[in-house]
Design a binder for this molecule. Structure first.
Ligand SMILES: [Zn+2]
Ligand SMILES: [Zn+2]
Length: 349
């Protein structure tokens, strides 16, 4: 039985999580109510927590990476039923604008996310449209199910980059997205991958998850290392998953002639200063990658086929009431954290 009122986490001021009371609403015909089982904290949530997200002014409910159990369905729902274990694609697209009608719903002219409309994921219950819920493969835990969302972000970028077998890559940023890109490159290319960060713990994860060389970007210069280790040629593909001018510049400067960089990072400061002559001199390309578009389905295929193990990304589990500490662990330079999963029930020790 769903309580009439239950708590939902909001960021109300920089650094402040507040639980507000949320009133249970009746379901629309095509809506599904979930009991949230696991919800992970995203880099985007951290931008919000710092009060620096360019598109999500405070106060705002937070959390968009979740998995749960279906406990109630609207009368017209046919896709799932009570007891199903699902992940949620938390995007809201209008379905009517030109990009939506072309099939590019991630580029919807009216795009939004459920958390920006008052349905965050750090709460005991979550309501989603049936089109946006996806059954989890048997054997995949709810914790891993919450990571289908960031996996879809990484998958979209790797597909978009057009990486080919045996190509060499550089991934800037060893947070969850950069590490997921690294894992996917092992599947999509099988070539050498450099992972670049300033955190030793995350760099070690990068090596564990398939990178051939970790570059500590304070003790070394990423561009110099990559050029030296590729006979002065540079990498075929670079991925920027930090959101900083310096790393975007390094990504471009590390490319071989004719190479392609893909930008996934969210910049707290925009515009940025770039070595623009490189584009013509080296005929390089820079692509942007936004969210996901039919990538949840593919992410779930890879998980069903056991191509990827998401468990090594989960470094911490906290209870809902300890959400504030979950954010703080991620922002602590000594935190040794990649993914913090918020669990609704007492975590099994
Ligand atoms: Zn996310
Ligand atoms: Zn649209």
């Amino acid at each position: 039985m769903v309580e009439k009122r239950y708590p939902m986490a909001f960021v109300t001021a920089p650094g402040v999580i507040e639980f507000r009371s949320y009133e249970r609403a009746p379901l629309e015909p095509l809506e599904v109510r979930l009991k949230v089982k696991a919800a992970s904290i995203c880099g985007g949530d951290l931008h919000i927590f710092k009060g620096k997200h360019p598109f999500a002014p405070l106060p705002v409910s937070v959390g968009h990476e979740l998995a749960g159990e279906v406990i109630e369905t609207g009368h017209a729902v046919t896709k799932v039923r009570n007891g199903d274990r699902v992940a949620v694609e938390p995007v809201i697209a209008c379905g009517r604008c030109q990009p939506c009608r072309r099939g590019d719903y991630h580029l919807c002219m009216n795009i939004s996310f459920q958390y920006r409309k008052g349905q965050g994921a750090f709460t005991p219950y979550f309501v989603a449209h049936e089109d946006r819920v996806f059954r989890l493969p048997d054997g995949l835990s709810y914790d891993e199910g919450a990571l289908v969302e960031p996996l879809s972000v990484a998958l979209h970028a790797v597909k978009k980059s057009g990486v080919r077998l045996a190509e060499t890559s550089a991934v800037f940023g060893a947070g969850a997205i950069g590490l997921l890109v690294t894992m996917l490159l092992r599947q999509a290319s099988g070539g050498r991958t450099f992972i670049v960060d300033v955190d030793d713990f995350r760099l070690r994860k990068g090596l564990e998850l398939g990178a051939c060389r970790a570059v500590h970007n304070r003790r070394e210069d990423a561009r110099e290392v990559i050029l030296a280790e590729t006979d002065g040629i540079g990498v075929d593909k670079a991925y920027e998953a930090v959101g900083m001018e310096m790393t975007l510049r390094q990504a471009l400067e590390s490319l071989r002639k004719g190479g392609t960089a893909t930008l996934l990072g969210l910049f707290e400061v925009s515009p940025a200063y770039l070595p623009v002559n490189l584009f013509v001199q080296k005929e390089i390309s820079l692509l942007g990658s936004q969210g996901y578009n039919w990538d949840f389905q593919d992410a779930l295929v890879l998980l069903d086929q056991r191509r990827l193990d998401l468990k090594p990304l989960i470094t911490h589990r906290v209870r809902l009431e300890d959400l504030q500490s979950g954010f703080e662990i991620l922002l602590d330079p000594a935190g040794q954290a990649v993914k913090v999963v918020v669990v609704m029930e007492k975590p099994a020790v």
